[in-house]
Design a protein around this ligand. Sequence first.
Ligand code: ZN
Length: 245
Amino acid sequence: MNQAKTIKEQIGFLIELQVIDKEIYVLTAEKTGIPGKIKAMEQALETKKSGIKQAEEKLKSLQVSLKDKEVTLQQKEEQIKKLQVQLYQLKTNKEYSTMLSEIEGIKADNSLIEEEMIKFMDEIDLAKKKIAEEKELFKKEEAGTQKEKDEMKTRDREIDARLSGLFAQREKIAPNIEKQILSRYEKVLKNKDGLAIVPVEHNACGGCHMNLPPQVVSEAKLKEDIIVCGSCSRILYVDDNVEID
Ligand SMILES: [Zn+2]
């Protein structure tokens, strides 16, 4: 504590401190929000990434299904070839026509398989196209996110630098205020969103805007004591340059 200051002088220092503390409050809130913002951006990217992965897995299973159909088709075609060879070795008309209809049956199956294969191929083409588009989009978003993250990290460092400057200013002002008054101010600061000392405006508290009894207003005007708002507990002062009525 330097040379003892009057209450009026100390209120002056509290007002100076409030300007600094307001900025500290705003910057600290901004800084606190940065990691969450970065995490949300990373999660959004991660969700897109797993979406692409799922699409790729679906594509793979479509390709496996197509391959299965190909194998089946090939087997059935081999079967037809074998039957066709046997066909000419048969002795009776009945055996011949039975085998012929068997061959026809297999051929009918094959054309169904071929239709299914075409369907799979179409789906595969579509899936490939979609995956390529999404990957392209992802790349852009990833770059955008990286840029934003870098900007936020730069901002974080700026805030740190500004905050240490503000704390240094605070250190210079705080010793001019009595410990008891300062701790009262700091308690309100903490509980009331970084706003602890407010002007009286139109006979109301400049913090919570509740009307103040005339006696409180005149006491605040005198600056002989620390006067607080009965509603929000903020310290009140009357700006000498402003008409209060
Ligand atoms: Zn108030």
